[in-house]
Design a protein around this ligand. Structure first.
Ligand code: DX5
Ligand code: ZN
Length: 240
């Protein structure tokens, strides 16, 4: 529940620990932060909303002391409401719930805010941007899934680029981050940065080739994604 820093749309890289060493989450979080990431993306999966199980609030609580930046918790669970307090108490800075996880999204988003976290909403690939048109004033972040949630290492769904641009239009000047989650690499990051995204989640593209024994590769991968996104954004802005 970190104090929200001043909002800005600078490109942020949020490695997903789904691709990290599950036996060493604390050390991995310290390593990616030392190597220059902006946020740490924590993928919670329940084996019900998505066909995979990762971990719950206790693991988030154990990770918290090792995250000095922002603990960005992505809840791929249904229902969400009964667990909000536990993840807030575990120290989540941002709690992101899926539109598709229940019938009462506005209530869920209010409950996340009331628990003291910044509020995120996530859209699966088939879910239109318009589904969040009436809750824009409740959120701090919208997460565009560019893969079907459940696993790392999947291929980026290019059809989502139009959704990113649409969301950028809908958001206007509101202080809402557009986060991209799934299949983000140095090749796909420019596409979404040019369309208006600012937070880029990357699991396999950050951790691939690196290790706790060789964390410099994490830094190289983070820099490659950031540089590609920043230059694409500059080109898009100068072309506008
Ligand atoms: C998928 C998760 C993503 C995933 C990203 O359900 O929400 O955060 O870990 O992994 P990559 O970057 O490998 O697609
Ligand atoms: Zn995620």
């Amino acid at each position: 529940m970190g104090a929200p820093g001043k909002f800005n749309r600078d490109i942020k890289i949020a490695p997903s620990i789904l691709s990290a060493d599950f036996a060493n989450f604390g050390a991995e979080c310290r390593a990616i932060e030392q190597q220059g990431c902006d946020w740490v993306h924590v993928d919670v999966m329940d084996g019900h909303f998505v066909p995979n199980i990762t971990f719950g609030p206790q693991t988030c609580k154990a990770i918290r002391p090792h995250v000095k930046t922002v603990m960005d918790v992505h809840l791929m669970i249904a229902p969400v409401d009964p667990y909000i307090e536990a993840f807030a108490q575990a120290g989540a800075d941002i709690l992101t719930a899926h539109v598709e996880a229940g019938s009462h999204l506005d209530r869920t988003l209010q409950a996340i805010r009331a628990a003291g976290c910044r509020v995120g909403v996530a859209l699966n690939p088939a879910t239109p941007a318009e589904t969040i048109a009436h809750v824009l004033d409740r959120i701090d972040l919208v997460c565009v899934m560019t893969v079907n949630p459940g696993f790392g290492g999947q291929s980026f769904i290019h059809a989502m680029i139009g959704k990113v641009a649409r969301l950028r239009e809908m958001i206007g000047d509101r202080p809402i981050h557009i986060e991209i989650d799934g299949g983000v690499t140095a090749e796909t990051a420019p596409l979404v940065a040019a369309a208006g995204a600012d937070v880029l989640v990357a699991g396999s593209a950050v951790f691939k080739g690196g290790s706790l024994a060789n964390p410099g590769v994490y830094g190289d991968n983070i820099r490659a994604i950031r540089t590609a996104a920043q230059s694409a954004r500059r080109n898009a802005q100068s072309a506008a």
